[in-house]
Design a protein around this ligand. Sequence first.
Ligand SMILES: Cc1ncc(COP(=O)(O)O)c(C=O)c1O
Length: 386
Amino acid sequence: MVFALSEIVRPKIYNLEPYRCARDDFKEGVLLDANENASGPIPQDIADSGLHRYPDPHQIEFKSAMAKYRNDTSSFADLPEKLSAENLCLGVGSDESIDAIIRACCVPGKEQILTMPPTYGMYSVCADINDVEVVKCPLITGDNSFQMDTDAVLETLKREPSIKIVFITSPGNPTGAKIKTERIEKLLQNWDAGMVVVDEAYVDFCGESTAPLVTKYPNLCVLQTLSKSFGLAGIRLGMTYASKEFARVLNSMKAPYNISSVTSEYALKAVQNDSIQRMEQNAKSCKKEQQRLLQSLTALDLVDDQYVGGLDANFLLLRINKGDNKLANKLYQKLATESGVVVRYRGSELGCEGCLRITVGTPEENDLLIREFARQLDALKETESD
Ligand SMILES: Cc1ncc(COP(=O)(O)O)c(C=O)c1O
């Protein structure tokens, strides 16, 4: 079976020519090619910022540095080639990348995507916006492993040939569990009638990325973001790693200046050696705090000590009173309104009954959380027994 991207991507999108501007050819000189404001930025305090110019549409330096980092930290053997800038497309956060991949591959009103609940909500939101149906094939929740049920996914794909994209979140949100690479490879080895998208928003909290595998599997895309481990949610920078052919398609369809100059500048700082080291160090500290939170919170009465989620991301998924949604919701409300601590109620997600998702904060924030969690839970226990 020979994989043909031209049969997966919608023909008009596959045939798009990338937008070209005069500055792709000439960057220096008196620049009168793009109808910018030659007087410079109007706000006085940023008059010297250069922001009157359109940003670079390609970000090759950033992409090369990111590709190098993922190559250097990869242990996959026998890959046909290393990642390079040509394997990347950047988006306004991974959220834009999710939308772009759906638009590229799914004919509205006809084709479908597959998601594995409980999972990140934006896949269905983007599918709805694009008039694309969502087929659900749940993660394995009975044993709290939150692994992909690979055989069930393959069965569903066989039954539903109009599914064009499979979204895998690894580590999962809200599950916190990394999906085993062998399972992802099994899926890739047995299905190539569409794209497999592995969303690795939290990958740096648990180790190795599957991004280098895009050079081996032409129907694999991997999403990453600077919003989590790099602490740059405010700049909105997401990355899609894909085969060079699919990356070319994604780069052709994106708005040419989707990444602002300010975002580019900070993104480039994030991939310098000292920043990468800080990111890795920070992820390690986060893991220690995660353990401390886990131990303190699961020791409390009414918090199930059988930990529910995985520990592969930067949060915990805790189950209150054996899946008591009413109590979990009350606790969530009280923490926010009386203690000033905002966590996320996830009790209505499949397999997450009675669950709260709690992001690991700074040590001081975690101290406060532990104290207030215990206090509010005690108070609720008393009102319940009245
Ligand atoms: C699994 C997952 N993917 C993507 C995102 C969004 O990332 P970005 O900030 O890059 O849009 C999130 C944010 O919470 C997430 O949990």
